[in-house]
Design a binder for this molecule. Sequence first.
Ligand code: FAD
Length: 424
Amino acid sequence: MDRRHFIGNSAAALGLLAGFSGQARANLQKAEILVIGGGYGGATAAKYLRLFSNNTAKVTLIEPNASFVSCPLSNLVVGGSRTLSEITTPYDNLSKRHGVKIIQDSVASIDTDKKTVKLASGKTLRYDKAVVSPGVTLMMNSIEGLAQANKAGVTLQAWKAGPETVALHKQLASMRDGGTFAISIPEAPYRCPPGPYERACQVANYLKQNKPKSKVLILDANQDVTSKGALFKKVWAEQYAGMIEYLPKYNVTAVDAKTKTVKFEVQDDIKADVLNLLPAMSAGEIAVKTGLANANGRWVNVNFLNFESTAQKDIHVLGDSIQIAPAMPKSGHMANQHAKVAAAAIVAELSGWEINPAPVLTNTCYSFVNEKEVVHVASVHQYNAAEKTFKTVPGSGGLSPAPSTLEGVYAWGWAHNIWADSLG
Ligand SMILES: Cc1cc2nc3c(=O)[nH]c(=O)nc-3n(C[C@H](O)[C@H](O)[C@H](O)COP(=O)(O)OP(=O)(O)OC[C@H]3O[C@@H](n4cnc5c(N)ncnc54)[C@H](O)[C@@H]3O)c2cc1C
């Protein structure tokens, strides 16, 4: 993207902040906008709906958790070098600074005919526009025995940051020296392509310092490392030689919680001391339940100009729940970008304006390979009107040449900036 186009797109977004006619203001003020899920997509959408409407739109955010816990950087909590409190942000700025009404509850069902949502507490709310960003569902039944093993506390996923993240670190800390930590990866697409490989590095970093006779097994259902492959493999060879073993095409089919044994489609069984099994994933439960998951019954097809579901009018779906465009990762950064395009489009639509015909999204994803050194991958995605999808801009983005501590500083800068952008 050249400078002229970049400025053009920014100006189009900023144009939304300019004056509102009386009729446009009335339409916006009348509209009830419900945002379901206060993660990277939903929190950003709630804030930007208020900003782009000059604080005139009525925006209610429904989220069960009292505060936002970031998945990005949560692998450092698994590895023990950081705490959960360092990656937790309260929601109160959204209400205090931006006038978002926050309801701490979860949505039990959506009635798309009546345009209402029912909360777990029993209350019913009406919407004109609903923004749905519920993250992913871990398909526990895709691995035989996994649901029971998780219930018994034998296998943890920690793929939604929170108490399980801390519990997984505790399992690691109480593992014997000489033990094996196994992490399994489902076939792509799944939440955060580089996340499992970063986790393997964080676990190995902990073991190297505390239990050096131990091993990390990466059981990957994919043909090869799905993100930053050459960089991760170099780090495993140089920093964790003899400790990390990478096994591609290992598709987990079952787990026996009693014997901590993992079974595969093809290969022999493997036993491990700590099992971190990540099953296949789908759109967040509420999206699936509402019939929005019209891509293989797993993901939600959206119109990429406004992120409206192709299954239901006036429901806009963001983040990990959507059927991605080519080369679009399921990432927090991407969810934040979806949210801004959707918020601008919703405000434009309610105001009777044209929506931006050429949105642009960016993505940067940092991975910590030890406590301090980091590698990144970045990309720029532009809407392609002929194909009605986003395509990466040729020559944009890129990859780190090697891990560095400077990128570690940038990674924390990225995190603090995106938390401030979404929640500050
Ligand atoms: C270990 C790990 C590392 C990662 N690292 C990175 C990284 O470095 N960079 C990056 O960009 N991304 C990273 N990601 C990916 C990132 O976390 C996700 O892509 C991002 O959280 C997606 O945003 P979302 O809004 O779709 O979902 P989420 O952020 O998960 O938000 C969903 C929210 O919806 C709420 N919710 C769910 N159902 C309901 C309901 N029925 N009613 C009300 N609320 C509901 C949930 O409580 C939750 O708060 C990482 C993920 C993991 C697991």
